[in-house]
Design a protein around this ligand. Structure first.
Ligand code: GDP
Ligand code: IMO
Ligand code: MG
Length: 429
């Protein structure tokens, strides 16, 4: 019996995927990242110690878990190695890590072009993390990318680099008036410095995952970013360049849809977004500031202030469809503890028309006016709650309401950043 579970963000990222992945990893054998790169920032808090992971799968803190970086990820080797060094320095054993040889490499020109393109776009910029993610995936699609396995074949690496660098240097010089990058400098770093250290970790991730599934071991697929940052299903162009949706886990890990037995959607009890793009329930008032402050809503790695707003059930209901969610973990309920009233968006009004589903045309979403239901707050501290019966009744009603509106059972509620700060909710019926 195969058992693969996907953890997927249902909003615009930073829902607490790292925390939930870590929590579930206690009972998992493999934890696999299937897309994205170090644009992700996944936080885990254990006994007051905070770990902010970018590329390493969030199961890595357990000795029994094999962490895997799947073929769908884009890897900046210098970031990966420094993350490994940092964790190893804190006593975490990273030696079991498997990095897919088919994952693509983020190269120095990707990072530079990401920043230059953003600058060129000016006020139309996307607000990317400037980590080179988009340019690396673009090269993958254009079939001029370098892959992790190329680090093991210096001749191929140099050949591919020379071809692609010629074009990149022309763009850097002629379009952006920048200095050319040196092929030999890049080879010194990638082949001389990174390859010898990464070589023992590079492997056949697809084989490792299938051996585990066939051996009856449990596999967790950890999504980065989120449904509405998905290249196909998100608020394009204000999206990332990969497919975080659960279907992306099949491609990015090399498994078929029938290998996936459940999909856990992670939703924040309110809503945040970093970077540009539409955000119908955004709050530009004291409540918005309160959510930033109480929720610590600053980028895990970039430090950028996150935009905040009310929970949008239209979005999460759509996420339930796109990902075939089995259940939802609702995080950061405690952040709402002090509010006397809480709004939930249940529909949009676009040009006088009521939409209960996401409007398919992006322009409508930009002008969508949220239709709110107002629920009473509980104004009690929930951070010490460990059982559903200890949650204030208004908090239980809030969770129940979201579950009904999203059409998916909420089976866990987060009441603080700590690994132990969550409440299990038994399924009804
Ligand atoms: P991810 O990218 O989805 O893994 O989420 P991030 O780690 O970027 O952001 C989530 C933030 O919320 C982190 O600082 C977590 O430590 C924190 N967090 C997660 N769950 C909870 C919760 O239930 N309550 C509170 N107060 N913080 C939480
Ligand atoms: P986790 O996994 C929140 C956003 C960026 C930008 C857009 C494109 O921690 O939830 P990119 O650098 O990917 O080309 O930027 O996507 N973004 C995220 N927002 N959480 C993330 O990851 C994100 N990764 C990218 O802010 O708007
Ligand atoms: Mg994050």
């Amino acid at each position: 019996m195969v058992s693969a579970t996907v953890v997927v963000g249902t909003q615009w990222g930073d829902e607490g995927k790292g925390k939930l992945t870590d929590l579930l990893a206690a009972d998992m054998d493999l934890v696999v990242r299937y897309q994205g790169g170090h644009n992700a920032g996944h936080t885990i808090v254990v006994d007051g110690r905070r770990f902010a992971l970018q590329l390493l799968p969030s199961g890595i803190l357990y000795d029994h878990v094999v962490p895997v970086i799947g073929n769908g990820v884009v890897v900046d080797p210098s970031v990966l190695l420094s993350e490994i060094d940092q964790l190893s320095g804190s006593g975490v054993d990273c030696s079991r890590l498997v990095v897919s040889g088919s994952a693509h490499l983020i190269m120095p020109y990707h990072q530079e072009l990401d920043a230059l393109t953003e600058r060129h776009l000016g006020r139309n910029r996307l607000g990317t993390t400037k980590r080179g993610i988009g340019p690396a995936y673009a090269d993958k699609a254009a079939r001029v990318g370098l892959r992790v396995q190329d680090l093991l074949d210096p001749k191929i690496f140099r050949q591919k680099l020379d071809v692609v660098l010629k074009e990149k240097n022309l763009i850097l010089a002629k379009v952006y008036n920048r200095l050319a990058l040196s092929s030999s400098d890049i080879c010194d770093r990638y082949l001389g410095e990174y390859a010898p250290r990464l070589a023992p970790m590079i492997g056949d991730s697809v084989g490792v995952i299938h051996d585990a599934l066939e051996g009856g071991r449990r596999v967790l697929l950890e999504g980065a970013q989120a449904t509405f940052l998905d290249l196909d299903h998100g608020t394009y162009p204000f999206v990332t360049s990969s497919n975080p949706v659960a279907g992306g886990a099949c491609v990015g890990a090399g498994i078929g849809p029938r290998d996936i037995t459940s999909v856990l959607g992670i939703a924040k009890a309110y809503l945040t977004r970093v970077g540009s793009g539409p955000f119908p329930t955004e709050l530009a008032d004291d409540v918005g500031d309160l959510l930033v402050e109480r929720g610590g809503e600053f980028g895990t790695n970039t430090g950028r202030r996150r935009r905040t707003g009310w929970f949008d059930a239209v979005m999460v209901r759509h996420a339930a469809r796109l990902n075939s969610l089995s259940e939802i973990a609702l995080t950061k309920l405690d952040v709402l503890d002090t509010l006397s009233q809480i709004n939930v968006c249940v529909a949009y009004r676009c040009a006088g028309k009521l939409h209960e589903h996401m409007p398919y045309h992006q322009s409508e979403l930009h002008d969508a006016v949220p239709v709110y239901e107002v629920l009473p707050g509980w104004q009690e501290d929930t951070t010490g709650v460990t059982k559903i019966s200890e949650l204030p009744s208004a908090a239980r009603e809030y969770v129940k309401f979201l579950s009904a509106r999203c059409g998916v059972p909420v089976t866990r509620v987060g009441v603080g950043p700590g690994r132990e700060q969550f409440v299990e909710i038994p399924r009804e019926g």
